[in-house]
Design a protein around this ligand. Structure first.
Ligand code: PEP
Ligand code: MN
Length: 342
């Protein structure tokens, strides 16, 4: 971290500032230029609040030179992380996976949807048993019964399940039931107690970007989980809230290469919540695949008009099968080892 000192600062004020920093266990390096004096602050500056320094009268501005996320940072871990999602399914480091299924687990139709999704090429089953709904009067999910339906389908089809966890008190239940992947949803992306609690397990976590979360906030959320000891984090871009109203969210396709540049963790995209309308889900899925995502999470329902949640953005199994055929082609193009022509 570097602090640029105002030209008007007296030697005494500068000495006072340096003493303040060093008293907190940091080393300093002062370089006096013709126009400005820069104080380099050396040590684990994640502990320092840059805004506090900037509020000091002699400080012009403060800049971090290293990111505050360490465990999620590619600088300290250049190799891609590969997360083992169970049932032999790996994600990251060249392993591409598609998670498909209904928004909510609704009952017996889950197995039908899962079977069709698997036939089309899905490798993981998604479905919410605990649903974060904007209205308390909307369907809240089947709870534990929903988890059991997911596990039945998982066993029958030999595919891992990914399902949302909303409450830190449910972590033990998810672990006891051997849920393959716990999803932390957009609304909980900064629920630090939940992040810490899932961080105490070794269960893979699909961590969604917050509704208005920056890339750095997503990476700091991952840091919360990893700093508790769980390295199995999968990042998910699911659209962010912007001024645009034609879609449910704005799909930030940029975030995919940005996250892959900054972090070694696998990056998944969710084109369903990113767009909110069935007609836009496939184009967004193709864009995400072309942008180098390590996987996709797509809502699929056998009868979207009857879905208990998010029917407006569900693909039918036929639409999903069509999408999968094209996703495979795009994936081939993106990963092809094409010789340079002279
Ligand atoms: C979901 O996956 O059904 C969901 C609620 O997603 P998000 O947290 O991204 O809104
Ligand atoms: Mn949904």
């Amino acid at each position: 971290m570097i602090a640029v000192v105002k030209r008007t600062a007296t030697d005494e004020q500068l000495e006072h500032f340096i003493a303040w920093i060093e008293n907190r266990g940091f080393k300093t390096h002062v370089s006096e230029g013709d126009n400005e004096t820069i104080v380099g602050i050396i040590g684990d500056t994640t502990q320092i609040d840059p805004f506090l320094l900037e509020s000091m009268s002699i400080i012009e501005r403060v800049q971090r030179v290293s990111e505050p996320f360490k465990k999620a940072n590619r600088k300290f871990h250049p190799e891609d992380t590969v997360v083992d999602c169970g049932h032999g399914v790996l994600i990251g480091g060249g392993h591409f996976q598609v998670m498909a299924g209904p928004c909510s687990v609704e009952g017996k139709n889950l197995l039908k949807i899962a079977t069709l999704a698997k036939q089309a090429g899905a490798t993981m089953l998604r479905g919410g048993a605990y649903k974060p709904r904007t209205s308390p009067y909307a369907f809240q999910g089947m709870g534990e019964e929903g988890l059991d339906l997911l596990l039945e389908a998982s066993a029958q089809l030999d595919m891992p399940v990914v399902t949302e966890i909303m409450d830190p008190r449910d972590v033990q239940l998810f672990v006891d039931k051997n849920i393959d992947v716990m999803q932390v949803g957009a609304r909980n992306a900064q629920n630090f107690n939940l992040l810490k609690e899932v961080g105490k397990t070794q269960t893979p976590v699909l961590l969604k970007r917050g509704l208005s979360g920056t890339v750095d906030e997503l990476l700091m959320a991952a840091e919360y989980i990893m700093s508790e000891g769980n390295p199995n984090v999968i990042l998910c871009e699911r659209g962010i809230r912007t001024f645009e109203t034609r879609t449910r969210n704005t799909f930030d396709v940029n975030a995919i290469p940005v996250l892959k540049h900054l972090s070694h963790l696998p990056v998944v995209a969710d084109p369903s919540h990113a767009t909110g309308y069935t007609r836009y889900v496939r184009p967004a899925a193709y864009a995400a695949t072309a942008a180098g995502a390590d996987g996709l999470e797509i809502e699929v329902h056998d009868c979207p008009s009857e879905a208990w949640s998010d029917g407006a953005q569900a693909l039918t199994p036929e639409q999903f099968a069509d999408a999968m055929r094209r996703i495979r082609l795009i994936r081939e193009a993106v990963t092809a080892d094409i010789a340079q022509e002279a």
